[in-house]
Structure formats: C-alpha cells, structure tokens
Ligand binder design. Sequence first.
Ligand SMILES: CC(C)(COP(=O)(O)OP(=O)(O)OC[C@H]1O[C@@H](n2cnc3c(N)ncnc32)[C@H](O)[C@@H]1OP(=O)(O)O)[C@@H](O)C(=O)NCCC(=O)NCCS
Length: 156
Amino acid sequence: MPEITYRRAAKEDAGAIAGLERVCFPDDSWSEGMILEEIENDSAAFIVAEDGEKIVGCAMAWMIAPYECQIGTIEVLPEYRRMGIAINFMQKLMKISRLLGIWDILLEVRVSNAPAIALYESLGFVRDGIRKNYYPGGEDACNMSLHMPRPEEGFL
Ligand SMILES: CC(C)(COP(=O)(O)OP(=O)(O)OC[C@H]1O[C@@H](n2cnc3c(N)ncnc32)[C@H](O)[C@@H]1OP(=O)(O)O)[C@@H](O)C(=O)NCCC(=O)NCCS
C-alpha cells in the first residue's frame, strides 16, 4: 500500500490537477484556469493527496460559513481507488467545516455514480432529491446532504 500524504493545493498544482480531472471526469473536466481560480479562492478548501510527489487525488469544497459546505469535486486516480483516500478527503473537509462553524454539507452526484453514492452514504449522507438534467448530456443529479451534530446536539 503506498504511503499517501495530504496537503493544501498550491497554484503550481493546477496543471497536475487538470490532468487528474481529464482522467476522472473525461466528459466534463474543469480546465486548468477553473482549477487555479478555486485554488486562489479564499472561500474554497482545496486539498491534494500525493504518493511521493505525484498527485493522485484531490478534493475541493466551498465553505459558505455559517450556512453550508458545498462539495465541488472529489476524485482519485483509478489505480489508487479503494484505499480510503476519498474517505480521508471527506473527513478533512468535514473537520474544516466544523472548525468554521459549518454543520451542513451538501453535494450533487450523477444518479449513475454508484461508487460515489456508496462513499457518501457510508459517511451518513442522505439523498434529498433529484435535480433533472443537471449535467452536460442531460443526466440527473442526486442531491445529498449530511448534517453534523453541533456541540449542543451531542457532538462532544
Ligand atoms: C468516488 C471516488 C472518489 C472514491 O474514491 P476512493 O478513494 O476509491 O474511495 P475510498 O477508498 O475512500 O472508499 C470509501 C468507501 O466508499 C465506497 N466505495 C468507494 N468506491 C466504491 C465502488 N467502486 N463500489 C462500491 N463502493 C465504493 C465504499 O463504501 C468504500 O469503503 P470500502 O472500500 O471499505 O468498501 C472515486 O471512485 C473516483 O475518483 N471516481 C471518479 C470521480 C467521481 O466520480 N467523483 C465523485 C463525483 S460526485
């Protein structure tokens, strides 16, 4: 099992992340410019996973304090999947959210994306409904959310 490390994305990572996007989302990948914009966005948390110096996954979320964390992307190279990298990303984003006083996490996922839906459900996300024709090509999105308990709701 490779030793995976995690860090905040830097501007210099934009090209490598764009390559990751083309592998993980061949039909609707973000451009290098879009990625750079989010790395520089103070309201976004952008994390990469590395095997040595090779970026093997990334995750990004918009932190809209105090209301919600909106997951923007989460992706792992095929040969690094099922090693717990996405779970680690989600747990890090959940921790950042709590530190910012954000208790609700929202996301959209293609209705056909069984691996991602299984990932989110394993963390306690629930399905809130369907957004018709959400993706390029017309696929529907499944809206999912996680409400993390506040301290007064039994978090501590
Ligand atoms: C979805 C994705 C990010 C998961 O990444 P990953 O690092 O392989 O996920 P993890 O190893 O952390 O998996 C955690 C749990 O999610 C579920 N899961 C992940 N992949 C799964 C699969 N192919 N089939 C069924 N369950 C799966 C399992 O419950 C898994 O736990 P387990 O391995 O102990 O059974 C990855 O498949 C990916 O990059 N897909 C392409 C991009 C994408 O679709 N991103 C999500 C957009 S909303």
